[in-house]
Design a protein around this ligand. Structure first.
Ligand code: ZN
Length: 122
């Protein structure tokens, strides 16, 4: 009988260890998720802080060489974004010539490139 009791105790012990390990895995999974989530939120805070700082210094001489390079980079990207948005806006007012594929004014009667007479779709 002692042998059986010992075997049952041993089995319980193994089960406890297995359960503990499972809980550890679950906990580390949650911790890893929490870390990733906090890092993501912190990145957004850094981004906001960067924007605030950029707006403070963009028209000044404040900042070291690295900061000035970054401000220039942002200015260049802002200019490019405005340019592309303008192009997108212009594209909205255009349609494509069915004959030559050129972008033409929405209300043009003739294609400005190939001269074909344009019809208006409903
Ligand atoms: Zn055309």
């Amino acid at each position: 009988m002692d042998f059986l009791d010992n075997a049952i105790d041993k089995a319980k012990e193994v089960m406890d260890i297995a359960c503990k390990k499972t809980n550890e895995v679950v906990n580390t999974g949650k911790q890893k998720f929490d870390v990733a989530s906090l890092q993501n939120k912190r990145s957004k805070d850094f981004e906001k802080l960067g924007e605030i700082y950029y707006n403070l210094i963009k028209d000044t001489e404040i900042g070291d060489e690295d900061t000035k390079i970054l401000v220039d980079e942002i200015n260049r990207k802002n200019a490019k974004i405005s340019e592309i948005k303008q192009e997108l806006n212009n594209a909205k007012c255009k349609r494509i010539c069915p004959a030559c594929g050129a972008a033409i004014d929405e209300n043009a009667v003739f294609c400005q490139v190939c001269g074909i007479k344009l019809t208006f779709e409903e």
